[in-house]
Design a binder for this molecule. Structure first.
Ligand code: ADP
Ligand code: MG
Length: 263
């Protein structure tokens, strides 16, 4: 059985892409076969996994519009995850998809053709609640929300959860909200924990264990074309390893995810 997880938050810079790349690589290290999907026209996931979006002949854009077979577009990466890449063309897909019936289902239909080859599919949603994010949420079984642990982190979370709710009612009744992934977490002060506690209470959103600490290694990694899992040992990579183990246990054993106590 393939687990499909969407990583969504319409706010930019909350570490969606970093989470998909690092979690994907950490799962691959557990011998899990992983496909990661770049749904952002900026192509940051594609770039950070070592492929230049400007040099690609075809991408998820062509797949969503039914102009290319998904199997012909997939790329290998040095992180041992398979990548469905994005290019800037995807910026136009939104408008083209809007004119089509069943537009929210385009990704789901494409992924169904290759899903049996993977244990886990991670979907990196763009920073908007448009038709691309709706495609991600419609394809997924579960969704997690990366939250940057700073004041105003809650802004937009209500709107995102309302969108998830609408997707559950209209295109994907089986979609489950797993919880928040705490990113850029600072364990040295109580501020990060206070922010998380506030958001978690306000929206009844559990925080997955462990939080991901802030470390400069992430910036170095995205420039190197491999995830932070491939660099020198560091606390960011360790945290994503812990998150991968937490999620894999949940999927394998069917037990609830372990949550982080914000009290
Ligand atoms: P999003 O996809 O939500 O826009 P990104 O994953 O691109 O966010 O991350 C935004 C920026 O934050 C990037 O420069 C990334 O390297 C940096 N970043 C992500 N996670 C961390 C972290 N735990 N510590 C430090 N910097 C991080
Ligand atoms: Mg991103």
């Amino acid at each position: 059985m393939t687990r499909m997880l969407a990583i969504a938050n319409q706010k930019g810079g909350v570490a969606k892409t970093t989470t998909v790349a690092s979690l994907g690589a950490a799962l691959a290290d557990l011998d899990v076969s992983v496909l990661v999907v770049d749904l952002d026209p900026q192509g940051c996931l594609t770039f950070s996994l070592g492929h230049d979006p400007d040099q690609l002949e075809s991408s998820v854009h062509d797949v969503l519009l039914g102009e290319e077979e998904i199997a012909n577009v997939l790329l290998d990466t040095d992180d041992n995850v398979t990548l469905l890449p994005a290019t800037i063309d995807l910026a136009g897909a939104e408008a083209l998809l809007l004119m089509r019936p069943g537009r929210e289902y385009a990704l789901k239909r494409a992924l169904a053709e290759v899903a049996q080859d993977y244990d886990v599919i991670l979907i990196d949603c763009p920073p908007s609640l448009g038709v691309l994010t709706l495609n991600g949420l419609t394809a997924a079984d579960e969704v997690v929300v990366p939250l940057q642990c700073e004041t105003l982190a809650h802004r937009g979370v209500g709107q995102l959860l309302r969108t998830v709710n609408e997707v559950q009612q209209i295109t994907n009744p089986g979609l489950t909200t797993l919880g928040a992934v705490a990113t850029l977490y600072d364990a040295r002060t109580t501020h990060s924990r206070d922010v998380l506690g506030d958001v978690s209470d306000r929206y009844d959103l559990p925080v997955l264990d462990p939080p991901i600490p802030r470390t400069v290694r992430f910036a170095e990694a995205s420039a190197s074309g491999t995830s932070v899992m491939r660099g020198r040992k560091n606390k960011g990579a360790n945290a994503y390893r812990g998150l991968a183990e937490n999620l894999w246990k949940h999927w394998e054993a069917g037990t609830p995810v372990q949550t982080f106590d914000t009290a």
